[in-house]
Design a protein around this ligand. Structure first.
Ligand SMILES: [Zn+2]
Length: 61
């Protein structure tokens, strides 16, 4: 009997696990709250993990 493990989810190399961040736009709205937008990491689409192996960057020395 073979037991297949789930593919490991790796921490996204692009955002290091911090997939969603709130970016302040500056100023406050009329309720006194900071105006923010939520930005998701484009590489992992806000999940913080990726099942794809990290892409190695070609380094020419
Ligand atoms: Zn990411």
């Amino acid at each position: 009997m073979t037991h297949r493990t789930r593919p490991r989810s790796r921490i996204c190399a692009n955002c290091d696990g911090f997939a969603s961040v709130a970016v302040t736009l500056g100023g406050r709205n009329r309720h006194g709250h900071l105006r923010t937008i939520t930005a998701h990491c484009p590489a992992c689409h806000g999940t913080g993990t990726t099942t794809r192996p990290a892409v190695r960057q070609a380094v020419s020395v």
